[in-house]
Design a binder for this molecule. Structure first.
Ligand code: IPM
Ligand code: MG
Length: 356
């Protein structure tokens, strides 16, 4: 029986409660599909920091590095300075584990979830490859004359040949494996951020190795427009980190909201991290009302990454069936308690497998 060691960080706000439901789904799936998941839970997040002044100690970080995957609920809390926990946990993992791909599928499971007029699941089925270790996120920043009227603030945008090329190559490979439109769209702003010319050049070079894959290009501003007007134009899209952060929130809304969108932070072949795209929503914490669907879909992505493809698909199919049959009445609509959604998904996975 395959066994996987994973680290779990529930984190802040609604993170722990959506993680709890996601892990119940993970356990149910493991017993149905015959694999074992050993979990080590870590208490890191804002509460832990306020109690101990500890964010992500090196001893724990070196343990986490040895796992097959990391599962993260959500982080962020207004009681501590902006960015402290974000950089101490998620950015630390992304940078120090070199999780260079942020994989963000945007897939509409049922037309009723889409805020766009007349768009169906056939129109909304794309994957964003967000470069995950560079750009403004890793550029150095600083302030001079801080607090004075002539204060200067700078932050650089950094793109390396290595970083750009591996993201673009991953996108082409994925377009081939998905075998849908067999198309990769480069999204950048090279007309204004001239350093992004490196994206233009490397994209053209890598494209030559994939003559079977069509290429397309959109500046980020236009891409936002097309996402709303013609989401069916996209298949795989690759983009620098900061634009990827923004456009995938837009993507999440197009697929039904932050309650459904999940992501993988990958270093192919190495320990990788899976999380819902949504934040910690502190004001909803502890009320069992946040949608755990995104967290559950992050489990599905994790299982796909670990090679448990059937289990990963079963989770996705369960969510689709529940939504299309209207037993699950939307996501984040406040109709269901989080635990109720967890129960439904668990029962659907168990039932669907019992039926075959
Ligand atoms: C995300 C988040 C993070 C990001 C924050 C929490 C730093 O918005 O994963 O999309 O900007 O990458
Ligand atoms: Mg974001």
């Amino acid at each position: 029986m395959a066994e996987y060691d994973i680290a779990v960080i529930g984190g802040d706000g609604i993170g722990p409660e959506v993680t709890r439901e996601a892990l119940r789904v993970l356990d149910a799936t493991a017993s149905v599909f015959g694999f074992k998941v050993r979990r080590t839970e870590y208490p890191f997040g804002t509460d832990h920091y306020l109690k101990t002044q500890e964010i992500f100690p090196e001893s724990a970080f070196s343990e986490v590095k040895q796992k097959r995957a990391i599962y993260l609920g959500a982080i962020g809390d207004p009681r501590v300075p902006v960015g402290l926990i974000e950089y101490g946990i998620i950015a630390k993992c992304r940078f120090e584990l070199d999780l260079y791909i942020n994989l963000r599928p945007v897939k509409l499971y049922d037309s009723s979830l889409c805020p766009l007029k007349d768009k169906t699941p056939e129109d909304v089925d794309m994957v964003f490859i967000r470069e995950n270790t560079e750009d403004a996120y890793s550029g150095s920043h600083g302030f001079t004359h801080k607090g004075q009227h002539h204060e200067v603030a700078v932050q650089t945008m950094v793109y390396t040949r290595l970083g750009v090329e591996r993201a673009i190559r991953y996108a082409f490979q994925l377009a081939r494996e998905r075998n849908k439109k067999r198309q990769v769209t480069l999204i950048d702003k090279a007309n204004a951020v001239r350093a992004q010319d490196i994206w233009t050049r490397v994209f053209a070079e890598v494209a030559k190795e994939y003559p079977d894959i069509k290429t397309d290009h959109a500046y980020i501003d236009a891409a936002c427009m097309w996402m709303v007007k013609n989401p069916e134009w996209f298949d795989v899209a690759v983009t620098p980190n900061l634009f990827g952060d923004i456009i995938t929130d837009l993507g999440a809304m197009v697929q039904g909201g932050m309650g459904i969108a999940a992501s993988g932070n990958l270093h192919p072949g190495k320990v990788s991290l899976f999380e819902p795209i949504h934040g910690s929503a502190p004001k909803h914490a502890g009320q069992d009302k946040a949608s755990p669907v995104a967290a559950i879909m992050a489990v599905s992505m994790m299982l796909d990454y670990l090679g448990e493809k059937r289990a990963a698909n079963a989770i996705e199919e369960a969510v689709i069936t529940l939504l299309r049959s209207k037993r699950l009445k939307g996501v984040g609509t406040g109709v269901h308690r989080g635990t109720e959604v967890g129960n439904m998904v668990v029962a659907e996975i168990q039932g669907a497998t019992a039926r075959v």
